[in-house]
Design a protein around this ligand. Structure first.
Ligand SMILES: [Zn+2]
Length: 465
């Protein structure tokens, strides 16, 4: 009995100690004032001199010479640039193996989640304070990050990809039965990562299931892609009716549909039937641009598709069908960069890495570099902040988990998701990690010029001193 009481006190003491210890570590001071910084607000083509006051998890004031309120912590930015935290517009935290079949057939869900957790931490420590997951992940990691159990960005998950049989969302082995016909026994369905849905009813079921499990938007595969086995990239996989089915369910939740769309037919069909964000969009041209404007739609594109090193991606190099597709696709997408520069669509950053932490850090850094080189630094920075900030908010008031403030901008009332970098990102994207090298890049511990990382008013990195 005594022994049991003793144990009880030890546990009580330990838990008291540990909760107060963690509370001290995690709890943000109520107010923080950043001084001695130039501010890039997420939109402007210039930096402005201003102080920035944070109250709890929101930006309270942006103006020069703010007087520090009582009890406020003052952080001297040492002349660095204060800017919004970065937003990934299209990533896949649970696609964390070298190829889709490798992930799907040889990993259990626990391994995917543990690896996804490592990816989430690396994203945050690379300055990404928000992440729109474009399919394949559940909501457990997102909830655990929000609850402060592990560290990572805010996440807007799409749940399982929805695509028809043989589509870019069909990760089965050649002989695995189709779950639509034989029950949910394929590898993708087993891990809740993909949902093979043919026809209006199945698509609605898939979309509703995703929302039920906490998705903030729906991801469909309305065209073929490159890093998969059965779908020519030119394939227009979903009919107008099928796209409408997904949009109808998303509308009912006040949210939207994002669609993987390569071909012009698929892009136009998506826009005409209510899709709000085109993913990849490689055959973007004046017709698509006009329709996007009319519909208030956005596009996000993985700029690594235009990298000279593209063929070295393992999901492509290890799959002969994908490698063949990549060659023809790169040829067909020849006018993309010119068209984007001329027509300036509402364009979000999109890295789309499938891989482990070092591979995805390298791909993200190279994506930022390529985007800067091909589309310009300001356009790239806006795609990484204010534009992606608008895209994630399309999930609507009801489903948006972060409804209190704007994301991707430095302005009063926005979330306190903030970076301080040494140098001017408008002139030099290497301050946020841009790297000309991709596969040959050295593995990095951190992005050195990124001196401070704050998410939701909490500081995760501070090397200003
Ligand atoms: Zn993707």
């Amino acid at each position: 009995m005594q022994n049991r009481i003793f144990k009880f006190y030890v546990i009580l003491l330990f838990s008291l100690f540990s909760t107060s210890f963690f509370a001290q570590e995690k709890e943000s001071p109520k107010r923080i004032l950043f001084t001695n910084v130039s501010v890039w607000d997420g939109n402007n083509d210039k930096l402005v001199q201003a102080d920035v006051l944070i109250e709890k998890n929101l930006i309270k004031q942006v103006k020069s010479n703010i007087k520090a309120p009582d009890g406020c912590i003052v952080i001297n930015g040492k002349g660095g640039t204060l800017m919004p935290g970065l937003i990934e517009g299209h990533g896949h935290l649970y696609l964390n193996g070298s190829s889709l079949p490798d992930i799907e057939n040889n990993r259990g869900y626990d391994e995917l989640v543990v690896r996804g957790t490592a990816r989430a931490k690396s994203a945050l420590m690379s300055g990404f304070t928000t992440w729109r997951d474009a399919g394949g992940m559940g909501t457990g990691l997102k909830k655990s990050i929000d609850a402060g159990v592990v560290e990572g960005p805010r996440i807007y998950p799409s749940g399982a990809f929805i695509g028809p049989t043989g589509s870019h969302a069909d990760f089965r082995n050649f002989t695995t039965p189709n779950e639509t016909v034989y029950g949910a026994n394929s590898s993708g369905a087993r891990n809740g990562m993909t949902f093979t849905a043919d026809g209006v009813d199945m698509i609605k079921t898939g979309a509703r299931q995703n929302f039920m499990q906490g998705a903030t938007q729906i991801k469909i595969m309305s065209s073929g892609g490159v890093a998969s086995s059965f779908d020519p990239w030119q394939l227009d996989a979903y009919s107008a009716e099928e796209i409408q089915a997904a949009v109808e369910v998303a509308d009912a939740y006040g949210s939207y549909v994002m669609s993987h769309a390569y071909s012009k037919i698929s892009m136009i069909r998506c826009l005409e039937n209510g899709v709000k964000t085109l993913e990849h969009g490689f055959m973007f041209d004046a017709d698509v641009a006009k329709l996007m404007k009319e519909k208030g739609a956005f596009m996000t594109t993985n700029m690594t598709a235009f990298s000279p090193y593209l063929g070295q991606i393992e999901a492509i190099s290890s799959n002969p069908a994908a490698a063949r597709k990549a060659v023809t696709a790169q040829k067909a997408f020849g006018n993309f960069v010119e068209n984007v520069n001329e027509l300036k669509p509402d364009f979000g950053f999109h890295c789309d890495c499938v891989g482990d932490v070092p591979a995805c850090e390298k791909q993200s850094d190279h994506s930022i570099y390529l985007s800067g080189e091909l589309l310009g630094n300001l356009f790239t920075l806006k795609s990484l902040t204010s534009v992606n900030g608008k895209i994630v908010k399309l999930s609507g008031e009801i489903l948006d988990p972060y409804y209190e403030g704007k994301l991707g901008v430095i302005e009063e009332g926005a979330y306190a998701d903030i970076l301080i970098v040494e140098g001017n990102p408008l002139k030099d994207l290497s301050v946020i990690g841009a790297n000309e090298k991709w596969f040959d890049a050295a593995e990095r511990e951190e992005i050195k010029p990124m001196k401070l990382i704050m998410k939701d008013g909490i500081i995760y990195k501070n090397t200003l001193d």
